[in-house]
Design a protein around this ligand. Structure first.
Ligand SMILES: Nc1ncnc2c1ncn2[C@@H]1O[C@H](COP(=O)(O)OP(=O)(O)OP(=O)(O)O)[C@@H](O)[C@H]1O
Ligand SMILES: [Mg+2]
Length: 251
């Protein structure tokens, strides 16, 4: 099982990248799980499954499973059934879950939601030829370090622009603090110009691929259909997917 986190500044295309890669991995025969870790949930819609119940709304179940006697927490709550029950599969077999708003907390956070999430991520690890995508907010802080630690690769999505470049630096720092060694950059919404080429040259990490700015994604969004259904930039994403496979296969 490979865990891939997708991060980047707001609106750069994290959810789009997660959805396109999930689709291409599923087409290659992988069992794909995609978890929306953003508090404003939109990955399920982009993957064509409508709404899913966010984990954070299952408070009673979480409490029941996570709480041990006398206010203690169970480290290994049972989550398998929840994983099945509260996820939806799209027509390509991609399993989609949403976390909803979980308590923010770094290292010290031992809130039930985080224990629960960790258990879900652990559970997902046990399957073969699986790939798990985490569609994240700009940081991975809100998941807590313990949870983010198991991430094998971080895909940082950027767009041509200084603000997204600044966010990249923050993401890089965080990834190295946590010990994520494999980082790749996707340059999305690319418009060729002298300054965007200069910006590309300043990126210290491998660029997995470049996705041009394309109206296709806006059309897909307007029609409320997954962008792969109308073949938005599939070739660019195919290149990215191939590179991701090579990187995760290499030790
Ligand atoms: N290559 C592209 N060209 C044009 N538009 C794009 C491209 N990629 C994504 N978009 C559009 O940009 C908008 C934001 O994309 P998306 O929701 O994937 O970003 P995000 O990083 O997940 O945003 P958020 O931070 O809100 O979660 C969407 O309307 C999407 O259709
Ligand atoms: Mg998003």
């Amino acid at each position: 099982m490979v865990k891939i986190a997708v991060s980047g500044k707001g609106g750069v295309g994290k959810t789009t990248v997660t959805a396109m890669l999930s689709y291409l991995f599923a087409m290659d025969g992988y069992n794909v799980t995609a978890i929306d870790c953003d508090s404003s949930i939109n990955l399920p819609a982009v993957l064509g499954v409508g709404e899913v119940t966010p984990m954070s709304e299952l408070e009673h179940i979480i409490e029941e499973r996570v709480k041990g006697p006398l206010g203690t927490f169970r480290y290994n709550p049972k989550v398998d059934d929840i994983f099945e029950k509260y996820s939806k599969k799209n027509k390509y077999g991609i399993r989609v879950l949403a976390l909803g708003t979980i308590e923010k907390g770094g290292e010290g956070c031992f809130c039930p939601q985080n224990a629960f999430l960790r258990a879900i991520l652990r559970h997902a690890i046990f399957r073969k030829k699986d790939v798990l995508f985490l569609d994240m907010e700009a940081g991975i802080e809100h998941l807590g370090r313990g949870t983010a630690k198991g991430v094998d690769m971080l895909i940082a999505v950027i767009e041509p622009g200084m603000r997204s470049f600044e966010t990249l630096k923050r993401i890089e720092k965080l990834a190295s603090d946590i010990g994520i060694k494999k980082i790749g950059v996707v340059m999305n919404k690319y418009i060729d110009s002298k300054s965007s080429r200069e910006l590309m040259e300043r990126i210290n990490h491998e660029i997995l691929g470049v996705v041009p700015y394309s109206q296709c994604f806006i059309e897909a969004d307007l029609e409320n259909i997954p962008p792969y259904e109308i073949e938005c930039e599939v070739e660019s994403f195919e290149t990215i997917k191939k590179r991701v496979v090579e990187i995760i296969m290499s030790q």
